[in-house]
Ligand binder design. Structure first.
Ligand SMILES: Cc1ncc(COP(=O)(O)O)c(C=O)c1O
Length: 457
């Protein structure tokens, strides 16, 4: 059958609130034209992020009731530990409250001034945690991954030649570890091939460097490998995940993505000395090593989520829903990063609104209009999020101006996605009416969260 159905029935529903266009015009104005400042109750379809927004299954909710809240040695920890070990094969499993807590611990120990961490593309929190220690976060994405209009299977791959050149340039003693982000969130949710992970491993072996995975979307990455990489069509998702992790010495994980939970994460490693140092820091910052900033019930939910996420029917529905949205809007001429990644569609705002220059924030204009037109909340990833000022006070823009439509897991049905496509297409067909924006307030750091805007006259 051609129709791909949601691989679940709905047992519990959460109403969403409808608003009129007139109401939304006022709401977005009152929010300073910043979608982060809108009350979630005023949003019809929330595509701000896929992180922590998953719907949990009936068994996960049952697991919540089963949670063992013992301070030390909780039964739920051992269940969690064994679920993580089954996928990663790593020996030491350290629970954290979310991904960035795992990063903070790892880089506090291994980072520091004069050190470099290569990655395909660092996610913002990873970069921030590396740089907070004084180390430098270096992105070594392959060239094709930087071209939104080029279709390729594994646009998240690291440039292996550049990695080796980089190691020779700065010296292996200054590189405490190499990292690969699967899938590459900041590069459009694009996957990394097994061959690329193996090639990076070979370079790490040559220079005796540990390899870590930023594994937030490991199952989505495994599904792409199964569908796109020769030799993996007959393997199960679990086998592919196990092989991916087998080339690594550790991982940081935000379970808010492929753990199918609303909170949780972990750090997994094989080095016992490093694990001991991480646990000691965990006790200071997160909690005792058998709960690490989570309740027993959260550990249960992650353990069950990790089993559910490697189900191929689930992944088929998941990746297909994203692709389906991408195909529908591309057919109407909407420019996006192609092919669609795993967790989100990224609209290319530069091609969508070629007449609005980056310093008038074309991505913000689209984001506001999606809300006004259909109550859809998206996020700008361009000059608002990453723009910096030069000495003359002019904005220096990042290479791409994007609008991300991130799809929460198991939350929206096909008709929700059809509605989203209709709204995007309507905004695209009326793009001539859109105007740029100017910033009237901004915080000194991470301005996109709280900035206020005004439409240009
Ligand atoms: C690739 C990647 N790494 C790390 C993180 C950080 O995870 P958390 O939000 O749980 O701290 C995220 C979150 O979006 C991510 O996408």
């Amino acid at each position: 059958m051609k129709t791909i159905i949601e691989p679940f029935r709905i047992k519990s529903v959460e109403p969403i609130r409808f608003t009129t266009k007139e109401e939304r015009i006022k709401i977005i104005k009152d929010a300073g034209y910043n979608t982060f400042l809108i009350h979630a109750d005023d949003v019809l379809i929330d595509l701000l992020t896929d992180s922590g927004t998953s719907a949990m299954s009936a068994s996960q909710w049952a697991g919540v009731m089963e949670g063992d809240e013992s301070y030390a040695g909780s039964r739920s920890f051992y269940k969690f530990e064994s679920a993580v070990k089954k996928i990663t094969g790593h020996e030491f499993i350290i629970p954290t409250h979310q991904g960035r807590a795992a990063e903070k611990i790892l880089f506090t120990i291994l980072g520091g001034a004069g050190k470099y961490i290569p990655n395909n593309t660092h996610f913002d929190t990873t970069r921030a945690n590396v740089e907070f220690t004084g180390a430098e976060a270096v992105d070594l994405l392959n060239e094709i991954g930087k071209k939104p209009e080029v279709k390729a299977d594994f646009k998240g791959n690291m440039d292996v030649e550049k990695l080796e050149e980089f190691i020779k340039k700065v010296g292996k003693e200054n590189i405490p570890l190499v990292m690969i982000t699967i899938t590459n969130n900041s590069g459009g949710g694009q996957p990394v091939s097994m061959q690329n992970i193996k090639d990076v491993r070979a370079v790490c072996d040559k220079y005796n460097l540990p390899l870590f995975l930023d594994a937030c979307r490991f199952a989505e990455n495994a599904y792409f490998i199964k569908k796109r990489e020769k030799g993996y069509e007959g393997k199960s998702i679990l086998e592919i995940c196990q092989e991916m992790f087998s080339y690594s010495d550790g991982s940081t994980m935000s379970a808010k993505k492929d753990g199918l939970v609303n909170i949780g994460g972990f750090l997994s490693l094989n080095n016992d000395e490093l694990a001991m140092q991480c646990r000691n820091l965990l006790i200071v910052t997160e909690g005792f090593p058998t709960y690490g900033g989570l309740a027993g019930r959260d550990l249960e939910a992650v353990a069950i989520g990790l089993e559910e996420v490697v189900d191929e029917n689930y992944l088929h529905y998941r990746i297909r829903s994203t692709e389906y949205l991408g195909e529908k809007i591309v057919a109407a001429g909407v420019p996006i990063i192609e092919p669609p990644g795993g967790h989100a569609i990224y609209i290319d705002a530069k091609r969508f609104l070629p007449d609005i220059p980056p310093y008038e924030f074309p991505g913000q204009a689209i984001t506001c209009e999606l809300y006004i037109e259909g109550g859809i909340r998206a996020v700008e990833i361009g000059s608002v999020m990453f723009g910096k000022y030069d000495k003359e006070g002019s904005i220096v823009s990042p290479p791409m101006e994007l609008v991300r439509l991130a799809i929460p897991r198991r939350v929206y049905t096909q008709s929700h996605i059809d509605f989203v496509a209709e709204v995007v297409i309507e905004v695209f067909n009326n793009r001539d009416k859109l105007r740029g924006y100017k910033i009237i307030y901004e915080a000194p750091m991470l301005r996109h969260f709280t900035a206020k805007f005004e439409p240009m006259k």
